[in-house]
Design a protein around this ligand. Sequence first.
Ligand SMILES: C[S@@+](CC[C@H](N)C(=O)[O-])C[C@H]1O[C@@H](n2cnc3c(N)ncnc32)[C@H](O)[C@@H]1O
Length: 308
Amino acid sequence: MSTQPNYENPWEEAQNNRSYWYHTMAFPDGETIRGSWTIEDFDQYIGGYDLSGKTVLDIGTASGFLAFSAEKRGAQVTGLDAASIDEFRHVPFSDSLSYKDIRQFKDVWTRDNLIPIKNSWWHAWAKNNSKAKCVYAPMPELYEWPEQMFDVVMAGAIVEHLSEPVFAIGAWARLAREAVLIPFTDVIPVDDLIMRPITPLDNSKINYVWWHLSRGLYNKIFNNLGFDVHYTLAQAEHHDDVNGSTIAKRPSIIAVRRGTEAHRTFKVDPSLTFTMPEPEPAVQVPQDTPARRPWWQRRGSSSGSGSH
Ligand SMILES: C[S@@+](CC[C@H](N)C(=O)[O-])C[C@H]1O[C@@H](n2cnc3c(N)ncnc32)[C@H](O)[C@@H]1O
């Protein structure tokens, strides 16, 4: 663990090595490289939040579209992504490589995905003449940077890939002087404090997504951390060989720290208003269950037999 961000030295060879482009990127020299996702309107994607003159941490930076767009808006940017494939948690299924053979899985993923996506970031960095920094660190390490803060932390489309999203949101909030932006992330439209699997967990090919969190849960976590939450509407276009190009619309979560200038001035642009779908019926929490002590406080219980 490092007590401050361990910034990468620029990957000078990235342009000569294979890249995987997550984002479509248009460069100052006129070249455009098509990626898996195209974000036409960066400002809409981040809820119209003003980044000029701000320090920004872009969590889950992928090919860096958000990072380099923020830099073009006048921000001083640090991109962050996983240091190692160990940080990617997959839902276990009996026929998944990540379950059956973790060593082989890590090898394949590092070679085919993690390194090529990082190459794309550094490739784009060079083509943009960027001054952005980049750090590869596991999420818990963010809690270990005592001196470090950024004005704004952005974490687009990543919550769903985390097995411990609430813990991660805490790490992002701790680093954010004025706002945490969680663009393009579905929200369950209820005020109950819940998260639930994104899929019915019946398809082992979709083992890379975990949880949707409810509006109530986002509001509660951020309220506990001193932030107020707004929801805006974002759009991106997905490209794949089977379905062609499809537009996806999802909310962006804009959490602004109370007591800051940003909290006094941030207003959602009416054109970005996100109308939550009709709330689903409330989840009934059984009222007659007596509060139980956790297993480690129960006398005579053997570890592993209690419920957590
Ligand atoms: C779906 S992409 C989103 C890219 C970009 N933020 C956006 O909004 O378009 C998710 C990104 O998060 C990264 N990621 C996933 N799990 C991570 C983890 N545990 N720690 C750090 N980064 C992670 C992936 O490597 C990838 O770059």
